[in-house]
Design a binder for this molecule. Sequence first.
Ligand SMILES: [Zn+2]
Length: 309
Amino acid sequence: MIKTTRKSKREKEKEINFFEAFIKLQKHFFKDIKERLKRVKDPRHKSYIEYGSDVILFSVLMKNACGIYSMSNMIEQFNKDECIENIARVLGCELEELPHYDTINNFLCSLNPEEIEKIRDYMIRELFRKRSLESFRLLNKHWCIAVDATGLFSFSERHCEHCLKKEYKNKETGEIEKTVYYHKVLEAKMVVGDMVFSIATEFIENEDENVSKQDCEINAFKRLAAKLRKKYPRLPVGILGDSLYACEPVFEICSSNNWEYLIRFKEGRIKSVAREFNNIKGLEGKKTGDSTWINDIFYNQRVVILIET
Ligand SMILES: [Zn+2]
């Protein structure tokens, strides 16, 4: 095995012309993408539009494809005649300058996220249509989709009416010492070899400030699953999740959608299953290497398989 250090990775990346590589891929897989970038529902007032949505979104796509993390860094790196000409040539338009990052940020802030989702969906459908993802099916059947939530940002004061809220209390007095307002997103990521890409997204957020029960990851999963099912009704899905997902609502959604699931198990999450496994693993457990598994564990009228590694 060749160990890749970060430095050698960076050196190697320098040799790649990401722009050309992206254009090659785009021509082969996503012929229609330029049109789609142009057709997004532009939230801006027509009289203020200096750069088309295609120029802005394409610049951002290139930023990400080139592994540039900040907008200001992008402008610094892209604002060269050659680069501007390349982008203009690809999009078939006249360009003297690239949009300022404030212009890009303002546009992205006002754009409905669904407009970006439509472009992502188009790209994923093209990959399925061209059968480019066939070799990544588990047991030649299911595509693994990992679900997990991640924090987006947090604030010490309320930032909007949809914020989730967490109060930290003093253990002795019970007084609230600190309140944190935060936003989270639940992502469904398709696993393709050693890469993953986002296939569906659901924000975890409250409807308003006065909700009696806050939104949570499992509720967001219910919405995410409905979205995924609507977008790809016949996709053979295998859900991968951490131990939080080992619960009846998730099992129920998966069975009714004909999805398989592979979920990490923690003893505390479903005690009856843990008890049964521990009671019979010495007698009926099958072993291979360091792993022991039991095929038929009954839980809420369903049968689960538990593997201990
Ligand atoms: Zn907020």
